[in-house]
Design a protein around this ligand. Structure first.
Ligand SMILES: [Zn+2]
Length: 198
């Protein structure tokens, strides 16, 4: 069954959102139809705002509404160390574990030859420029410990090896609270290779 054209259009647009099928989209569309007009205009304005006001920080490429972003403006952070991450959402996770400590560099992706994403598609050149410009002493590469993340980490290490810079990679191993019995062999191997003194 088809609803009036404006409702159909809304259902169609809502069902393009991840995790939303036609059934949920229909329920949301009718909720919006019956709710207060003030909420609907606030919702539609906030949707337009994220496209108009959110940009990338010209220093770290974090998503921001002011440039430089609040993290780059924060003078209390360690200015010699930059944590390199794949996406802004990964930065948020590291930030919540170490509030106010690191500076970041967001690559916006990883090298993935199968999908045609080369080093120029992620912000590695910008990282190099920044290391030289800001006199950064250490970069911590916190890309995911999968093939693409490891490839990207190695590429960055190679590209920056001529600079006077300490390059480190986050450790991968058994999660805190985990049980060795349930850990895959590759992770066990990595945790043995990355063992440290007690
Ligand atoms: Zn920034």
């Amino acid at each position: 069954m088809y609803y009036p054209a404006p409702i159909e259009r809304l259902i169609e647009n809502l069902s393009k959102l991840p995790g939303i099928g036609r059934k949920t989209a229909t329920r949301l569309a009718f909720y919006l139809l019956n709710t207060k007009e003030s909420y609907v205009s606030e919702l539609s304005n906030s949707l337009i705002d994220i496209k108009e006001k959110i940009k990338l920080c010209s220093t770290c490429f974090n998503i921001t509404d002011v440039d430089p972003c609040p993290i780059c403006r924060d003078e209390k952070r360690n200015s010699a160390t930059v944590c390199v991450v794949e996406e802004s959402s990964h930065m948020m996770v590291i930030e919540s574990a170490n509030p106010g400590y690191y500076r970041y560099h967001i690559l916006h992706g990883v090298i993935n030859p199968i999908e045609g994403i080369g080093p120029d598609e992620v912000r590695i050149k910008e990282l190099r420029d920044r290391v030289q410009r800001e006199g950064i002493r250490e970069i911590i590469i916190a890309t995911n410990p999968n093939i693409e993340g490891n490839t990207t980490a190695h590429y960055i290490a190679e590209t920056l090896q001529d600079l006077d810079l300490k390059i480190t990679r986050i450790a991968s191993g058994i999660p805190i609270g985990g049980d060795i019995v349930y850990i895959d062999p590759l992770t066990i191997k990595s945790s043995l290779d990355n063992r440290r003194n007690l």
